[in-house]
Design a protein around this ligand. Structure first.
Ligand code: MTE
Ligand code: MO
Length: 200
């Protein structure tokens, strides 16, 4: 009885086809990169408003305004991890510090080893999109993306690269790593936009 009663709100907040999971799995393609603070930086480049590249080194990134976002994580393989408290820097903050040119429509978010995900610029600008350094008050482990991962809660989790290193502003859409391999270019879990054949 209690279980059924409690199940209802969870069902309502789950996108179609998703099931909740309590353990946090580690899921990615390729090896976990080793963090070298002296070599690490975060770049915003491409079609910036001022035409230049914006770069933060590790110390500089620590000085940016920080906040927390509570959000669910939906993996296209159908598990959802509910109520994550992500700590970090809002993507909005970065968009303000390194504004895109008016004709920018998309962003490519780049991670170590060339992993990438494309996003519509408004998805990156969403108030819940966060460049996370922490989850549940604890620093991310290397497996989960330390030192920095993107979380875009309203899209499938592949849209949030772990080990983020750059954001490239685009005036023409290009496809990222999974989007080139048959996954949907938008990836909205509420519309079950899993595969590229659903586009158009
Ligand atoms: N760099 C990188 N980031 C990635 C991936 C990846 O393969 N490489 N996989 C994505 C996918 S499909 C998911 S579900 C989440 C998983 O995050 P987790 O391992 O912290 O649970 O990371 C995303 N970010
Ligand atoms: Mo995923």
């Amino acid at each position: 009885m209690v279980g059924l009663h409690e199940a209802r709100p969870t069902d309502l907040r789950l996108p179609p086809g998703q099931r909740p999971q309590t353990a946090w799995p580690v899921l990615h393609y390729g090896p976990v990169p080793r963090f070298k603070p002296e070599r690490w930086n975060l770049q915003v480049y491409g079609a910036t408003l001022d035409g230049g590249n914006h770069t933060w080194d590790y110390a500089g990134f620590q000085e940016l305004a920080r906040t927390e976002v509570t959000a669910d994580l939906h993996c296209v393989t159908k598990f959802s991890l509910l109520d994550n408290v992500w700590g970090g820097v809002l993507a909005q903050t970065l968009l303000e510090l390194a504004p895109p040119a008016p004709e920018v429509t998309h962003a490519m978010v780049w991670a170590e080893y060339g992993y990438s995900a494309n996003l519509r610029i408004e998805d990156l600008r969403s108030p819940a999109s966060i460049l996370a350094t922490h989850r549940g008050g604890e620093q991310l482990t290397p497996e989960h993306g330390f030192p920095l991962r993107l979380v875009v809660p309203h899209l499938y989790a592949w849209k949030g690269p772990k080990w983020v290193r750059a954001i490239e502003y685009l005036t023409v859409e290009r496809r990222g790593f999974w989007e080139e391999r048959g996954y949907h270019t938008i990836g909205d879990p509420w519309r079950e936009q899993r595969y590229s054949y659903q586009e158009g």
